[in-house]
Design a protein around this ligand. Structure first.
Ligand SMILES: *[C@@H]1O[C@H](CO)[C@@H](O)[C@H](O)[C@H]1NC(C)=O
Ligand SMILES: *[C@@H]1O[C@H](CO)[C@@H](O)[C@H](O)[C@H]1NC(C)=O
Ligand SMILES: *[C@@H]1O[C@H](CO)[C@@H](O)[C@H](O)[C@H]1NC(C)=O
Ligand SMILES: *[C@@H]1O[C@H](CO)[C@@H](O)[C@H](O)[C@H]1NC(C)=O
Ligand SMILES: *[C@@H]1O[C@H](CO)[C@@H](O)[C@H](O)[C@H]1NC(C)=O
Ligand SMILES: *[C@@H]1O[C@H](CO)[C@@H](O)[C@H](O)[C@H]1NC(C)=O
Length: 271
């Protein structure tokens, strides 16, 4: 009696443990498989004409963060165009080239009107993630200036909150100095405010010879090169994987058919 009771309970417990064990393995396995498939065709990022079927490092909307790099979240505005945040500045995305790792963006705060009460400098300091494309130049816009300054340069009049003021814009060449990236002009101006805005060299040329309006030069945007673990991603893709990040959003992750890896999908050969 005692022995048979013992046998019974043992027989009952063992399969139960096994079932729990197998179920938990399957859930875990299934979740990683799901991440792989959710990052493929299911959830490519699309927003308007500008962003269609985007893959890593971009994510946002219904495309989960684990399919991208944490710094590359896109937000779709009015189902029309994506916006993008770098260093707490909001940019409108004008174009993305996944094969040349290039993104074309424009400042959202100056998009409608460069005469705005809240002027700020752009602080896109070159980092591991982003750097200006070498076709980018600095455009300097001066606001609320004395007439001696505006007369000598391409000028404009702003009407902000019913107050009129004159300003002008220039690149460093016009001020008789070398163009060196987006460095600030050394000499102080008789203007109360000034900002530096990155623009494309071709737009700047047209702007300075007056074949392009200031607002249109700003809407032209500027190009930024990005590097979201490009080398890791190429190795991952070479092994049949899909690039992404882990749930903490910090580590690079290679999503494979049978799970996620830090490096590559070893089964498929390549390292
Ligand atoms: C994958 O997508 C499906 C369908 O939207 C969703 O239910 C599931 O939670 C996703 N899986 C993961 C691991 O995010
Ligand atoms: C994006 O993917 C959809 C669905 O696969 C396809 O119909 C469409 O042509 C793709 N668009 C581009 C620009 O590749
Ligand atoms: C993306 O960049 C590559 C390499 O520079 C270029 O060949 C291709 O034409 C570009 N694609 C688009 C849509 O501009
Ligand atoms: C932009 O930066 C320049 C140089 O640092 C500074 O003189 C100017 O006041 C700044 N403009 C604004 C609006 O903060
Ligand atoms: C703007 O520039 C023109 C020359 O391009 C000059 O004649 C005009 O006086 C300037 N306007 C102001 C307000 O300085
Ligand atoms: C203005 O600059 C653009 C771009 O460099 C050039 O194509 C155009 O011929 C220039 N126009 C004039 C009037 O100089």
């Amino acid at each position: 009696m005692i022995i048979s009771k013992f046998m019974n309970s043992k027989l009952f417990i063992l399969p139960t443990i096994l079932i729990i064990f197998i179920t938990s393995i399957q859930t875990c396995h299934g979740q990683f498989e799901e991440q792989y498939y959710n990052c493929t065709s299911n959830y490519l990022y699309t927003c308007g004409q500008v962003a269609q079927n985007l893959t890593y490092p971009f994510w946002g909307g219904s495309r989960p963060q684990y399919c991208g790099h944490p710094a590359f979240e896109l937000k779709c505005q009015d189902h029309d165009y994506p916006t993008f945040n770098i260093g707490n500045h909001e940019f409108r995305v004008l174009g993305i080239n996944l094969s040349s790792y290039r993104i074309s963006i424009a400042r959202l705060d100056l998009w409608e009107n460069y005469c705005t009460p809240d002027l700020s400098n752009i602080t896109l300091s070159p980092s591991d993630l982003f750097r200006y494309n070498d076709m980018v130049r600095g455009l300097f816009i001066f606001y609320n200036c004395t007439p001696e300054m505006t007369r000598a340069f391409p000028n404009f009049t702003c009407n902000v909150d019913g107050r009129e003021s004159d300003g002008f814009y220039t690149d460093l060449l016009l001020l008789g100095q070398e163009v060196e990236g987006l460095d600030w002009p050394a000499n102080a101006m008789s203007c109360s405010q000034m900002i530096a805005v990155p623009v494309m060299r071709v737009a700047l040329n047209e702007l300075l010879n007056k074949t392009l309006a200031l607002q249109d030069a700003l809407k032209w945007g500027f190009e930024v090169q990005y590097d979201a673990k490009t080398a890791d991603c190429l190795r991952c893709e070479g092994s049949g994987g899909i690039c992404g990040s882990d749930s903490t959003g910090i580590e690079f992750i290679c999503h494979c058919r049978d799970g996620t890896r830090r490096g590559t999908c070893q089964n498929s050969g390549h390292g």
